[in-house]
Each structure stands twice: as C-alpha cells, then as structure tokens.
Design a protein around this ligand. Structure first.
Ligand code: SOE
Length: 391
C-alpha cells in the first residue's frame, strides 16, 4: 500500500545474488509497508544486454540497459541501487550523486579508503541538494538485531565491556572451488575481511552505538592458487583447466578497542567448515548481555543481571511480536521472517529518509569508517602492530 505522494523511480545496477535480493525488496516493500513515495522499478542495468533483459523479466523491472551510464543519463531515474562488485562502486555512486540521484550502495562501500572518502565527499555535496546516500549493511535491519540495539540504547545491559562478533562461511573450503571475483583483490578489495568482516564491524558498532578506535589483527590466505572460473561465477560455478592466484584473504581475525572503553574480538572466515552463513554477535555489559545468532535469526538472547540470581539466566526472546522493530508490517506473532526481509526493511527506511529529507543510516560516512577499520586490520596484519583508526 503506498500513499502515492511522490514518485521514486529506481534503477538497479547488477542483477546477480544481491540484485535478486534487492529486487525482491523493491517489489515487496510497497505491499507490506505504508511508503510515503510511489516506488517504480524502472530499469536494471548489466554489461550483457541479453542477460540484463532476462533479469528485468525475471526480477520485475520495467526496462533494461547494457550500461549503467544509461541510468545516470535518464532524467526519470531518481535513485540508483548499486549491486555490482566493489571496484565499480565509487565510479557509479559518484556519477549518480553528482547527477542528483539518490544512491543505495552494497557493502563494503568501496575497495579502498581513498574511494570511500571520495564517495563520502560526493554524498556530502549531494546532501546539500536533498539527495541521500545509504550503504547496504542489511543485517542491521533484522528485527532481532534492531531489538538488541534498542535494548542497549535504553541502557538495559548497562555499560558495554565486551563485543564478540563472528561471520563464518565455508563456501571455498574446497581448494578446487573456482576463483570467483570475490577472490580477486582488484574486484573485491579484500576477501573475507571486506565481504563479511565489514558486516560484523557495522553490526557491532551499530548495536553498541560506539566506534572502533584501534585494532590489531591477522589475515590469512590458506589456498593461494585455484582454478579460474569457467563461467561467470558468484558463490558457486564451474572450474576451468587454467589456474590463477588468490589475491585476497580467506580469513581475518582481530581485536578491537572501542571509543567508550569496550573491547572486541572479531572473526571473519570462508573456511569455517560446516558454517554456511553464521553471524554471531554477543555484547556483555555491566547490567546484562544480548546475543544474536543469524542461524536462529528470529530470536534475541537477553540476560538481565538485575534479576534475582536464583531466576536470572539467558532468555530467548522470539522477536515476532507486532511491537518489535519492523515485525508489525508482516505476519501475526510467531510467524518467522527470513534473510530477505532485512533487504525490504532497508528499502523502507531509505524511502522514508528520502521523503523526510533526513540522512539515512548507515550513511556513506558510516561506510567510510568501516572501510578505515578494514584497512587498519590489513595494515596491522602486514606490520604486526596495533593500528589507530583515523577519525
Ligand atoms: C558472500 O560472502 C555473501 O553473499 C556476502 O557478499 C553478503 O554480503 C552476505 O550477506 C552473504 O554472503
């Protein structure tokens, strides 16, 4: 249901895994949430015109084009949604913002701090004209994560002491798994660190409402050479006879100090055999703890240290009540949500921010800060030393 005040025509760039997830969000949001704008899925762009046309048909876009520049040139496009690999983000986002188009950009914001700084500067210039930019750290919008943030904000767990965050996958444990673009530094920027480590950095900072000030870490590439991909490969794909160098990390681990004194332990890996997409964040405070596990994503664990010791204990809160963040728009209590709902919530929050003339979160500045943490972890690993995060 929309109130149809103003039209928002969207062009999406890229149509693979993330493109499909974003498409379902744009399709679904107006049907479940009262949006202040009339969203139109106007255009999808991809390098291969035929594949882009097929994606338009399959994913619900009105039109397709073989070049992202067409989205920038078209006057009827109000928002550009970037779902392509990291090396394209800066060029597309800056062109779109400079052309007066709102931008939603997949994470990590960029491949380097320099690119992220230029993107944040473009977002600041555009904001002066009412143009908004958001980075897609989608897991913030899982209701149980939003509830964790709310409880921390309300002081329910007191002063934050510890953050434990893990993002565990295993899709390249097999040394013969092909070398997809996610394993190439010039396309992806980094490996597990930027692809999934970026999510837990954002999640941790978001939940505790604080920023990482310094890190010490180690990155590792376990399998240094792999077969090249025989065909365009995302998380799967077939291998060719030729081999190539893996130029990114397979795993990254680091310790962190937060601004208000908390300490953090982070682990991001594509080699956690048996773990497909496990995200765990646990925060311990002076008055309690919260713990989130994406494998049980509709539940938030909460420990209230102010309860009498004889009955205190971690409680599983099913985050499915209408009063829980985002949940009221969906199903009656007890009917669980999934991976895709976070993307819908992301679109809903972005459309509201645009209509309200407010800065959406996470902003490009937030994306830049995460980029600085990623870069500091790499420098720390290279130099074997603690690294401060520039403010
Ligand atoms: C692959 O690791 C990937 O698709 C990431 O790129 C996404 O950001 C994550 O949500 C799921 O896994």
């Amino acid at each position: 249901m929309t109130t149809n005040n103003t039209r928002l025509s969207v062009a999406m760039i890229g149509h693979a895994f993330m493109g499909a997830a974003h498409s379902q969000a744009w399709r679904t949001a107006p049907h479940f949430f009262d949006l202040p704008m009339d969203v139109r899925m106007a255009l999808v762009c991809g390098q291969d015109g035929k594949r882009a046309a097929a994606a338009a048909e399959r994913l619900g876009w009105a039109d397709s084009a073989p070049d992202w520049r067409i989205a920038i040139e078209r006057d009827d496009i109000d928002l550009v949604d970037i779902c392509t690999p990291g090396h394209t983000h800066a060029e597309v986002a800056i062109a779109a913002l400079d052309a007066g188009k709102h931008v939603l950009c997949e994470k990590p914001l960029a491949n380097t701090v320099d690119e992220a700084e230029r993107m944040a500067a473009a977002a600041e210039r555009a904001a002066a004209h009412g143009i908004r930019a958001m980075v897609g750290f989608t897991y913030r919008r899982v209701p149980a994560v939003a509830l964790a943030r709310r409880l921390v904000e309300e002081g329910r767990i007191g002063e934050i002491r510890h953050v434990r965050a893990q993002y565990l996958q295993d899709w390249i444990t097999d040394p013969e798994a092909p070398l997809s673009w996610r394993l190439e530094k010039d396309k992806a920027g980094s490996g597990a660190l930027g692809d999934i480590g970026a999510h837990i950095i954002d999640l941790a900072q978001h939940i505790v409402g604080d920023q990482i000030l310094a890190v010490v870490g180690h990155t590792e590439t376990f399998v240094k050479e792999r077969p090249l991909a025989a065909e365009h490969a995302g998380l799967s794909g077939t291998a060719s006879a030729e081999r190539g160098q893996v130029t990114v990390d397979d795993a990254a681990v680091f310790l962190a100090r937060f601004g208000k004194g908390a300490v953090g332990v982070f682990e991001a890996t594509r080699f956690a055999t048996g773990r497909k997409n496990t995200i765990r964040v646990e925060v311990s405070g002076s008055a309690g703890s919260v713990a989130f596990d994406f494998d049980d994503m509709n539940v938030l664990e909460f420990y209230d240290a102010t309860e009498p010791a004889e009955t205190a204990g971690f409680r599983r809160i099913p985050v499915t009540e209408p009063g829980h963040p985002y949940v009221g728009a969906w199903w009656p209590a007890g009917h669980w949500l999934g991976y895709e709902h976070g993307f819908t919530h992301q679109v809903v929050d972005l459309v509201h921010a645009i209509a309200d003339g407010a800065d959406p979160a996470p902003s490009f500045l937030d994306g830049l800060q995460v980029q600085r943490v990623l870069s500091a972890v790499e420098t720390s690993s290279d130099t074997r030393s603690w690294q401060e995060i520039p403010r």
